[in-house]
Design a protein around this ligand. Structure first.
Ligand code: ATP
Ligand code: MG
Length: 259
């Protein structure tokens, strides 16, 4: 079981789009995947055609129910979802009072094997450094950072790199790895996009995935149909790019990539 947090405290960089389409692409390869929507905006939940719920993750994090109890099926192969928790404020305050507030999710995850044993667990994190994102980082094996190909892209990166190091140094699970940086919303027509790609590659070298996700209307409209772009526009460039990224990730993990 490999646990990946899709995180970047910067808003609107493609976290949810990446979490949903990575999860869908893994499931398409018949790889058992569990997606946790940790953002009260519930974008990942609705992108898969599900309703956000009240009291789901909240009750898991407070220990009232198990993670397994909150898992929902989707219509996209072996892909399961834990829908978003709407009552973020209540959740943050409640957990903060508990012992080990930042390891709540990590503890909940340890109960999974034996019930549902996914090959991949993916967290869609909210764009803030609050309790939920910290819980995600404390539970993850590695962090996947989507980066929008735009002018201020690099600025937020040093911050997230620092947070990864900090959480890794203080959590029970030990050091946290930067899985890699995925460049998103690349626009071939602009010099700026090309400049950002070369800057990011220069700074982060092999941590940057070869695959770049292009800007695509099909990617951005897929959530309104309640489905991943893989299903909304299976033959399009958006779907192809997320499939290529997923294969690259599997290869990095030394996993056999199905033909
Ligand atoms: P937040 O920080 O609010 O959670 P996010 O980092 O999860 O945002 P997304 O919701 O995935 O970002 O994307 C932000 C917006 O950009 C959405 O409207 C999404 O549909 C759109 N978008 C994401 N990726 C692409 C792409 N490759 N091409 C075009 N639009 C995209
Ligand atoms: Mg999001």
């Amino acid at each position: 079981m490999k646990i990946l947090a899709v995180a970047n405290q910067k808003g609107g960089v493609g976290k949810t789009t990446t979490a949903v389409n990575l999860a869908a692409a893994l499931a398409e390869l018949d790889i058992k995947t569990l997606l946790l929507d940790l953002d009260p905006q519930a974008n990942a939940t609705s992108s898969l055609g599900l309703e956000p719920t009240q009291g789901s993750l909240y009750s898991v994090l407070t220990g009232e129910t198990t993670l397994y109890d909150q898992i929902r099926e989707t219509t996209f192969g072996p892909l399961w979802v834990v829908p978003a928790e709407l009552d973020l404020a209540g959740c943050e305050i409640e957990i903060a009072r508990d012992e080990q507030p930042l390891e709540r999710l990590a503890n909940a995850i340890t109960t999974l094997p034996g019930q549902l044993e996914p090959d991949y667990v993916i967290f869609d994190c909210p764009p803030s450094l609050g309790v939920l994102m910290t819980n995600a980082l404390a539970a993850a094996d590695a962090v996947l950072v989507p980066l929008q190909c735009e002018y201020f892209a690099l600025e937020g990166l040093s911050k997230i790199a620092h947070v990864i190091q900090h959480v890794g140094a203080s959590r029970q699970k030990g050091p946290l790895e930067l899985e890699g940086i995925l460049l998103t919303m690349y626009d071939v027509r602009t010099n700026l996009s090309q400049q950002v790609v070369s800057d990011v590659r220069e700074h982060f070298g092999e941590k940057v995935f070869d695959t770049i996700i292009p800007r695509s209307v099909r990617i951005s409209e897929a959530p309104s149909f309640g489905m991943p772009v893989l299903n909304h526009d299976p033959e399009g460039v958006g779907a192809a790019s997320y499939r290529a990224f997923t294969r690259e990730l599997l290869a990095r993990h030394g996993r056999p990539v199905p033909a």
